[in-house]
Design a protein around this ligand. Structure first.
Ligand SMILES: Cc1ncc(COP(=O)(O)O)c(C=O)c1O
Length: 424
């Protein structure tokens, strides 16, 4: 039974905030392939990762426990904005004239404006607890860098951010936000000012920084198992909220996919139910899941990281400078890649102009101005709703509204002026 009222927001009490993360590892049909050492090509062990990551995070990366408790000190910070609302997009449904019921999890209400703090906070916490003084990281759109700068401020850590040069130039206010929280930001690649940059190259810069200093660890904003683990708080909250909205389950869960963390976060808790379809939305100009190959590759451009079995476009692939900077990554999460490879998860690609068309429709009917990344999910939602309309189905669609676009207005300006192209 669907909630009869015309309610659009399904909140959770703060006392209902999940206190453990959902680990998907025990639910996979077969174990994940191990990451391989970049030099020896042997499976990496915890000691290989110790120069880069906190012990607790390495443990989570390899854990087979079904649930992992969220430390109280992390919950204290997450409570600044969590639980996030689940919103029924009734006005979008009406605009589309669809019998589908469309819900979105609003991750844009976090301090940094996206889902990224869900992992930044625990990563900063575990590093601070182990005596690390400084974290180095990459950022694409700037969302992860801002999230980590915010998280480091909570636990008195220094934060060094290498920002993909193209985004650094497109989004100057991201830098101001990071500096306001005490972080420092430089454009990447640091050794080639004429290069537009890529996430792979920025990861190389950040890893070099971290291995060069004893007081510094590296933090990755996506891809790795522990990052997806931290993001499962999104899907766990959504399960409770959908029940409050009178739904038994979503028919399909949709999210944009760059490295796979917001998608994993909203979708993985639904994986054990085979009747729930899971769908990744990615850019047509960086089509990792739809056109990449499933093979071992480096996570970065310079080949400093372990090799992971994932969908990849090749670690030297430099994607066109689309505005969805967070989706310009050559690889993908090994968990997401495996699910796509095995057919448990679907993937579709969208061109940039179609994404902005979807975003502008969403903004006009629902009010919120989405991040360019989020628009990939919205474009897929619109396709799903059209399919439900054609088949006259009351399909329940859940998508992750992974971030707002209030710092992406230059992109909107370009679109509204008719100047936006699919492949810059
Ligand atoms: C708003 C937003 N959505 C999505 C992404 C893609 O990352 P992921 O696939 O890890 O969620 C990013 C990455 O920067 C982002 O900033």
């Amino acid at each position: 039974m669907v909630a009869p009222a015309l309610d659009t927001r399904f909140a959770l009490a703060q006392s209902e905030l999940p206190t453990a993360w959902f680990n998907v590892a025990p639910h996979l049909a077969t174990p994940l392939d191990p990451p391989l050492h970049p030099a020896t090509r042997e499976p990496v062990g915890p000691d290989d990762l110790a120069p880069l990551f906190a012990q607790e995070l390495i443990g989570q990366e390899m854990s087979a426990d079904p649930w992992i408790d969220i430390p109280g000190e992390v919950l204290d910070v997450l409570r600044l904005w969590r639980p996030t609302p689940l919103v029924r997009a009734r006005r979008l449904e009406a605009a589309l004239g669809t019998p589908a019921r469309i819900y979105f999890k609003d991750e844009s209400v976090s301090p940094a404006g996206s889902h990224k703090p869900n992992s930044a906070v625990p990563q900063a916490f575990y590093n601070a607890r182990e005596g690390i003084a400084r974290l180095a990281t990459e950022t694409g759109a700037g969302q992860w860098g801002t999230a980590l700068a915010f998280a480091c401020a909570q636990y008195d850590l220094e934060c060094a951010v290498y920002m993909v040069r193209r985004s650094f130039e497109q989004k100057p206010y991201r830098k101001v936000i990071m500096e306001t929280w005490g972080g420092s930001v430089v454009p990447s690649p640091i050794d080639d000012p004429s290069h537009p940059g890529s996430l792979g190259a920025a990861i190389s810069d950040a890893v070099r920084d971290a291995v060069g200093r004893d007081d510094t660890h590296y933090a990755l904003g996506s891809v790795l198992n522990h990052v997806l683990l931290h993001q499962t708080i999104i899907g766990l909250e959504a399960q409770q909220q959908l029940a409050n909205a009178g739904e038994t389950r979503p028919d399909v869960v949709i999210a944009p996919c760059g490295g796979g963390s917001n998608l994993g976060g909203v979708a993985l808790p639904f994986l054990p139910d085979p009747s729930v379809r899971l769908l990744a939305a990615e850019p047509a100009s960086c089509p990792t899941l739809t056109k990449g190959t499933y093979s071992y590759d480096f996570g970065d451009t310079a080949g400093l990281t372990p090799l992971m079995n994932m969908y990849t476009l090749g670690h030297d692939f430099v994607p066109p400078g689309i505005h969805a900077g967070g989706l310009r990554y050559h690889g993908d999460s090994p968990i997401i890649s495996k699910l796509v490879h095995e057919g448990r998860m679907e993937a579709v690609a969208h061109k940039q102009r179609a994404v902005f068309e979807a975003n502008v429709l969403f903004a006009r009917v629902e009010g919120k101005i989405p991040a360019p990344e989020a628009g990939h999910g919205i474009a897929s939602v619109i396709q799903e709703a059209a399919d439900a309309t054609a088949k006259n189905e009351e399909r329940v669609i859940l998508f992750n509204y992974c971030g707002h676009g209030l710092l992406d207005l230059a992109a909107y300006q370009e679109y509204l002026a008719g100047d936006l192209v699919d492949e810059p």
